[in-house]
Design a binder for this molecule. Structure first.
Ligand SMILES: Cc1cc2nc3c(=O)[nH]c(=O)nc-3n(C[C@H](O)[C@H](O)[C@H](O)COP(=O)(O)OP(=O)(O)OC[C@H]3O[C@@H](n4cnc5c(N)ncnc54)[C@H](O)[C@@H]3O)c2cc1C
Length: 461
């Protein structure tokens, strides 16, 4: 799964004549963007992929063995939007999976697979797309990017953490949850008795269950800032279930509609998951119509509930979680972490500040985009990008295009979770796949337009 940079660099191309494209970040979003560019941009180009993390492996959250659980079903994980069953076909053709698959009851489409299996698939599709394009030069640089600005010769200037500066026609930001750490923080003693897991999402619950199953903890305190934990998936995949009533365009109206639809579904014995799936399909349109104040209210009061219903646990995991809570093996605490120390945390909750001692503390929170990092500070101070009003990331359109403060598109894209303030759900695999292909098409059209206006300009000179 690891590729040395030199293995990807064909020597036969003249780099100066090619369109130059950079992808910053080689997590799943960066890899997916590369696949889409290789498939959809039909002219030769030079692609440079920056990330200090030395491997290409399909992403931290997805590829890191410690992350374990992938909570999307096989049928939702194709990296090819035109072939929804591509991942299933890959699994069925894969010997290693077929052996494991004996353990999975039912239809493969409805199954959940470990993150490293999905990562191997995404990486294989990247290698295949690369092999198909002898006219594309790909260079992998194990460096961070410290700043982006405008280049004096036009286009964008990328400054690496090692001080090299290079010009690009287009740049895709795919920095997700920030720089990846190779070590996993406070590992603590093995066989620790009391372990704290910080986070209320799928990753935190999965980690807590695995600690107990492996005997690495005798008791886990799961610390969720909102007090919410993920809800369960339905036993098998359900589609979107829509209501015949008109969909409201205010936050209050939308949630009343959601509550009523879920109550009806409960009475009829159908689950709420189909209702939520329909709501998610409409969320982008609803979001665009909300006022800034409504969006802030959503972030403050509704987002934790929304997240706990969209990022769901496979049913088996959910039942194990309930059993662990009922037996006292897991205790859930609600509160804000003020400080993490070697022997526990300082928690502020309803009862005020409290020290919670532990033998080991594991932080499983998803880090939001750090707009104060040097890279984002450089973009904002050059007025190449604008932050969204919730400070969740930067403003993008549906194709991931970033518009400067004057409203111009200058070749900059922000992909995946970086656009969470503009596009709800853009942190999930199916949405990232669609966005990557839309962005690649938009880039292809923009490069063609730029080239023809340059040609027209030189003819009139
Ligand atoms: C535990 C977990 C499980 C998940 N499971 C699912 C699932 O089942 N289904 C689903 O749809 N979604 C799932 N997701 C969500 C989805 O996988 C992620 O939103 C998506 O993978 C984000 O990937 P990314 O590449 O944008 O970010 P990241 O994985 O954070 O990768 C960002 C990369 O950018 C690099 N980088 C950062 N800053 C710089 C810089 N300045 N210069 C150069 N490089 C930089 C980092 O080193 C890193 O490698 C899961 C997420 C988590 C956390």
């Amino acid at each position: 799964m690891t590729l040395a940079p030199a293995q990807l660099l064909p020597q036969s191309q003249d780099a100066d004549t090619l369109a130059r494209i950079a992808i910053i970040g080689r997590g799943f979003t960066g890899l997916m963007t590369a696949i889409a560019l290789l498939k959809a941009v039909h002219r030769p180009f030079h692609l440079v992929m920056f990330d200090p993390y030395p491997k290409i492996d399909g992403g931290e959250s997805i590829g890191r063995p410690a992350s374990g659980l992938l909570n999307s079903r096989v049928r939702d994980l194709s990296v090819d939007p035109a072939a929804r069953d591509d991942f299933r076909h890959w699994l069925e053709a894969n010997d290693g999976w077929r052996d494991r698959d004996q353990a999975v009851p039912g239809n493969v489409d409805h199954a959940f697979v470990p993150g490293e299996v999905f990562s191997a698939y995404a990486y294989q599709r990247f290698s295949e797309a690369l092999r198909e394009r002898a006219d594309v030069m790909v260079q992998v640089r194990a460096e961070s990017v410290a700043a982006i600005g405008r280049h004096s010769r036009g286009g964008l200037s990328v400054l690496s953490g090692e001080g090299d500066q290079a010009r690009f026609d287009a740049v895709f930001l795919a920095t997700g949850y920030g720089l990846r750490e190779i070590a996993e923080g406070n590992a603590g003693p093995t066989g620790a008795r009391e372990v704290q897991v910080i986070g209320g999402g799928v990753h935190a619950v999965d980690r807590a269950l695995r600690l107990l199953a492996a005997g690495e903890a005798s008791h886990v305190t799961l610390i969720s800032a909102s007090g919410f934990l993920p809800q369960p998936h339905a036993p098998s995949a359900v589609g979107a279930v829509s209501s015949d009533r008109p969909f409201p365009n205010t936050l209050r109206g939308a949630f009343r509609h959601l509550r009523e639809a879920a109550n009806r579904a409960a009475l009829e014995g159908t689950g709420w998951q189909g209702i939520m799936n329909d709501f998610r399909l409409r969320a982008r349109e609803l979001w665009q119509g909300l006022t800034p104040e409504e969006r802030r209210r959503f972030k403050r009061h509704v987002k934790p509930i929304y997240d706990s219903h969209r990022n769901r646990l496979p049913l088996g995991h959910y039942e194990r979680l309930r059993r662990a809570i009922d037996s006292g093996a897991i205790t859930v605490r609600k509160g804000k972490i003020e400080r993490i120390a070697t022997n526990g945390v300082l928690l502020s909750g309803a009862g005020g500040l409290q020290v919670l001692p532990a033998d080991r503390t594991i932080d499983c929170r998803v880090r939001p985009t750090d707009l104060d990092s040097p890279l984002f500070r450089s973009l904002l101070s050059a007025q190449l990008a604008r932050r969204d009003e919730l400070d969740l990331g930067i403003l993008v359109d549906g194709d991931g295009r970033v518009f400067s403060q004057t409203g111009a598109f200058e070749g900059l894209f922000a992909m995946g979770p970086l656009g969470l303030g503009s596009l709800p759900d853009i942190d999930l695999v199916p949405q990232i796949v669609v966005q990557a292909h839309a962005a690649a098409d938009a880039l292809g059209a923009w490069l063609a337009e730029t080239a023809s206006s340059k040609a027209a300009e030189s003819r009139t000179r």
